[in-house]
Design a protein around this ligand. Structure first.
Ligand SMILES: NC(=O)c1ccc[n+]([C@@H]2O[C@H](COP(=O)([O-])OP(=O)(O)OC[C@H]3O[C@@H](n4cnc5c(N)ncnc54)[C@H](O)[C@@H]3O)[C@@H](O)[C@H]2O)c1
Ligand SMILES: O=P(O)(O)OC[C@@H](O)[C@@H](O)[C@H](O)[C@H](O)CO
Length: 501
């Protein structure tokens, strides 16, 4: 990829296959023969992250002549707009990576076909049943997995009953996977590997639980065949990818001279660590920077306890103070020092394993979070707190306290979530709280002003922490202190803990 300078282009080129030969200088085009690329990967959930991450790795394979049989077919279940854009642009789109050392732009060409499942159900099933399909990847968000907080299948979800009415005509991702696996089994075709790339705990196990549970509802022999024959590797995926706003889209058209209706903006950093278990061929992604490892758990733990926890803290405490992007909030030295202190608080809990250089990871993380060129929306980071807080923040608090240490920075982040749920920022602006069980959490958070105890009654989020009197007191003190405003509270917290830098 090449760096380009921001300049105002007079006559933007509409992004299509025909335009690839006339792209402006500095925009890196796929130089390979797209038509000759045979598809072997089906991806469900073609959103921002997939297009900035997994697709870029496959695109890099193609550029190096290693992707034959590893072209991509994208599948969407919910957003017809993405299908419209992909069809209009011959499945091409721009990935714009912005960082301290400049901006790069590449056109990704590895997606050959995009199918919108509600209109093309049989085409999706045929592609999934085709022996050429060796891998199915997923970025369908946490709500795509019908799992309760313990990771068990929620068979009382109305989607499950709807799916069972006519399993040959699926509507959900897992219905599609089970139907296709059934067709492959009947035809004596080897199954595909199912690779979840979602930020959910133990994503390989989550995907396995979903597929096997769906199959079990249909046919226990099919479920057993899947258990015995299908691989569900876990993966750790990392590349901060904000939502593309219309303003950013227009800025890209003006600065690059390429009219992409739905470009992706991301950071230069990218990491993908995959458990090395495949039931069909394995793509040679290790040639383009992917790490195949025996155990993903330490990588997942390090990333979610440092990066995702920092995102939660920045999101809630930043939003309350009136900030709206990570770049804004990290430009404030008080917040930057707070995040550094939070990361230090978590560090003693993390595994020391070969392959993870913790100090390098932390240094790079602080730089990434402070990336002045990335306007990552705090509203994105604040979503679905009821699943993120118990996954990214609370386990570190429990472990820190068990080790006899206080966890002031983490506790302040949880207090920030509690205040955020109350529904307005410190300037009195209303907050649109988003996520599952929103009404329940908002009502509990509003019950007693600064007293978090009603919220702590939600056992499937707080568990035994709610019985830890000293944690309850610390959380109450932090939420009381937040009356002074998040920034003042952060400064006080840093001063008290000696963490001011
Ligand atoms: N954006 C990031 O920085 C980032 C980084 C790492 C991991 N992730 C993970 O990637 C996933 C996608 O995030 P994104 O940023 O691309 O979001 P996005 O909103 O851009 O894309 C989400 C995609 O999932 C689809 N989807 C949503 N619910 C679904 C369901 N129930 N069934 C099937 N499809 C469904 C949507 O239609 C959309 O195509 C999330 O799990 C997220 O945690 C995101
Ligand atoms: O994806 P979520 O909603 O779990 O968390 C929001 C962000 O923290 C997350 O998307 C990060 O940007 C990502 O994990 C970076 O790789």
């Amino acid at each position: 990829m090449t760096s380009y300078d921001i300049s105002t282009a007079a006559d933007p080129v509409a992004l299509t296959a025909a335009a690839l030969v006339s792209l402006p200088e500095g925009v890196d085009a796929p130089g390979y023969d797209r038509a000759a690329l045979r598809s072997g990967v089906v991806h469900f959930g073609v959103g921002g992250f997939h297009r900035a991450h997994q697709a870029v790795y496959f695109d890099e394979l193609a550029r190096r002549g290693l992707a034959d049989g590893w072209g991509l077919t994208g599948v969407g279940l919910h957003r017809p707009e993405m299908g419209e854009v992909m069809r209009a642009q011959d499945c091409l789109y721009l990935v714009v990576a912005r960082g301290a050392h400049g901006t790069t732009a590449r056109v990704v060409g590895v997606m050959g076909t995009y199918l919108f499942a509600p209109d093309q159900r049989e085409a999706v099933l045929q592609t999934l049943s085709d022996p050429a399909t060796k891998l199915v990847t997923l970025t369908i968000t946490g709500s795509g997995y019908l799992l309760n907080p313990d990771g068990d299948f929620s068979d009382d979800d109305p989607l499950v009953a709807a799916e069972l009415e006519d399993p040959g005509r699926p509507d959900t991702v897992f219905g599609y996977l089970v139907e296709a696996l059934d067709r492959r089994r009947a035809a004596g075709v080897a199954p595909f590997t199912v690779l979840s790339c979602d930020n959910i705990p133990s994503n390989g196990t989550a995907a396995r639980t979903m597929v096997v549970s769906f199959a079990q509802l249909r046919d226990s022999e099919l479920a057993r065949w899947i258990e015995d024959n299908v691989a569900f590797p876990a993966s750790m995926v990392d590349r901060i990818t904000p939502e593309t706003t219309p303003e950013e889209r227009d800025r890209i058209v003006r600065s690059l001279g390429v009219d992409d209706r739905w470009p992706v903006i991301t950071e230069p950093f990218s990491q993908w660590v995959i458990e090395d278990v495949f039931c069909n061929d394995r793509p040679p992604l290790d040639e383009v920077g992917v790490q195949y490892v025996a155990d993903v758990a330490p990588y997942e733990l390090t990333k979610k306890r440092l990066l995702n926890a920092s995102h939660c803290a920045l999101g809630y405490l930043g939003y309350l103070a009136g900030h709206r992007t990570t770049a804004e909030v990290m430009a404030d030295p008080a917040y930057a020092a707070y995040i550094a202190a939070l990361i230090d608080e978590v560090t003693p809990l993390l595994p020391r394993v070969d392959g993870i250089d913790l100090s390098a990871y932390k240094k790079s993380l602080l730089e990434r979070l402070a990336n002045p060129e990335m306007a990552d929306q705090l509203s994105r980071l604040c979503r679905r707190g009821s699943t993120k807080v118990p996954s990214y923040l609370l386990p570190s608090i429990i472990e820190t306290r068990a080790a006899g240490r206080p966890a002031p920075m983490l506790t302040l982040a949880v207090a920030g979530w509690f205040r955020y749920l109350q529904g307005h920022d410190y300037a009195g602006e209303p907050i649109d709280v988003e996520g599952p069980r929103r009404d329940e959490f908002v009502a509990l958070a509003r019950q007693e002003d600064a007293d978090p105890r009603p919220l702590l009654t939600v056992r499937d989020v707080f568990g035994d922490l709610a019985d830890d009197a000293s944690f309850v007191r610390d959380l109450h003190v932090a939420s009381e202190a937040l009356r002074a405003g998040p920034r003042d509270t952060i400064e006080t917290w840093l001063a008290v803990s000696g963490g001011a830098r």
